[in-house]
Design a protein around this ligand. Structure first.
Ligand code: FE2
Length: 419
């Protein structure tokens, strides 16, 4: 038995609480709990569920620095062209080494749950095979979900739809798509139909790169939402990016928000990535690249934030720091009322877990795995204002890491005498 004392549990206890853990599972939360063999004093710090990165490309990480990968225009479409070149040089050893480094970088910043899109427009399926192995090998340290993702199209890439089906048979968890990249709207729509058909056929989750463009005519999210609603798999489905929904007219958006709520579909925004990629054809004003996070959040539609890229042809400076993603996201989305600041950590924790459909294994509650973070702050507001570091990440009751609180020796002397 282990007991964590003096914890301020996010959105549960204003007062200090104790967390009793037995065999890696939370047995009880409260005050005056029975003594344990090991007692760890958390010193009144904020305890939150682990960070969830619901959208990351682990096969692309650290490919952004090479010559073939340099994206000179900063656009999504040049990123895809650059990746096409890099992909030709990929080996299993290289893919494994980079993915491991990317996972370690995220875990070191408090992430314990990752959904990764893996490009299956590859006859050798190198990235997928590597990731299926890592998902199993690392499951005690980090939970990984894999999306079979056709980066170069389901139809724009010859045989892309067949590669997705093969990936699902091999064990991918989710069906992906990229309808705005297909060569005509008709093929984009066909790809959305195929995505939902495959999800229903194989009992998989859905996560589509949907309308990642400023083009207001890109409205595949409407079809995706309708199809998952008809199949009654809305809560098992996700629309990622939906940047064009941020530029859509208010009348259509109002209608859609009602339908999104009805379907229960989840939304993932990638604030830093899309702030970088979108608005590139705008002069001024330049768009922010973000979907309607504020309106979704306020109307009860599940929305969360993802990192998307760690140093790849689409975005050079991602580092797996979800607090940085949250910081950028709440600024870009105008979601910074005091009430929102008190609960915006949901956008990188529980809302992500809901998107990944992980409710049975996620959350600081009795009966669930003892997975949580200790932040270097005492309140949610201070955690966000200070962009608080993660002091410890605990998984199944054991430390994944812990680090000391930073100390500084700064002497401010306003009355320093000068000679
Ligand atoms: Fe992505």
């Amino acid at each position: 038995m282990k007991k964590f004392t003096n914890a301020r549990i996010y959105r549960q206890h204003d007062e200090l609480a104790e967390i009793l853990v037995d065999k890696g599972v939370i047995k009880q939360i409260g005050k005056g709990l029975p003594k344990a063999d090991t007692e760890i004093d958390l010193g009144g710090r904020l305890v939150v569920p682990p960070y969830v990165d619901p959208h990351l490309h682990l096969d692309y990480v650290y490919t952004g620095g090479g010559k073939a990968a340099k994206n000179t225009t900063g656009t999504l479409f040049e990123g895809i062209e650059r990746w096409h070149e890099v992909k030709k040089t990929q080996t299993p050893e290289d893919a494994r080494e980079r993915a491991l480094k990317g996972i370690a970088e995220e875990v070191s910043k408090g992430v314990q749950f990752i959904r990764t899109h893996i490009d299956v427009d590859d006859p050798k399926l190198i990235g997928l095979k590597v990731m299926l192995e890592l998902r199993e090998q690392l499951k005690d340290n980090v939970t990984i979900q894999i999306v079979a993702f056709p980066q170069e199209g389901m139809y724009a890439y010859k045989g892309g739809d067949e590669m997705i089906e093969e990936a699902l048979k091999m064990g991918a968890d989710c069906v992906g798509g990229i309808p705005h990249f297909e060569w005509a709207r008709e093929f984009g729509e066909k790809s959305v139909h195929r995505t939902v058909e495959l999800a229903a056929k194989y009992g998989k989750l859905v996560d589509v790169h949907c309308d990642e463009t400023d083009d207001v005519m890109s409205r595949h999210v409407e079809l995706l939402n309708a199809l998952v609603m008809m199949q009654d798999i809305g809560v098992r489905s996700t629309a990622s990016h939906t940047c064009s929904f941020g530029s859509a007219n208010d009348s259509w958006a109002f209608r859609m928000l009602g339908l999104f709520k009805k379907s229960g579909m989840n939304f993932i925004a990638n604030p830093t990535e899309n702030a970088y990629l979108q608005g590139r054809q705008d002069t001024y004003p330049k768009r922010r690249g973000l979907t309607r996070v504020k309106e979704m959040w306020e109307s009860g539609i599940n929305v969360c934030f993802g990192q998307d890229s760690i140093n790849d042809p689409w975005y050079p400076v991602g580092n797996g720091n979800m607090m940085n993603i949250l910081d950028n996201g709440i600024h870009l989305a105008h979601t910074m009322s005091f009430d929102q600041l008190d609960r915006c950590l949901d956008l990188i924790t529980s809302n992500g877990a809901k998107t990944l459909h992980l409710e049975d294994q996620y959350g600081i509650e009795a009966g669930k795995p003892a997975n949580f973070l200790v932040l270097n702050a005492e309140t949610p507001f201070e955690a966000v204002r200070q962009r608080a570091d993660v002091l410890a990440s605990i998984r199944n009751g054991e430390y994944l890491f812990k680090r000391p609180e930073p100390t500084y020796d700064i002497k401010l002397d306003l009355f320093r005498k000068t000679k």
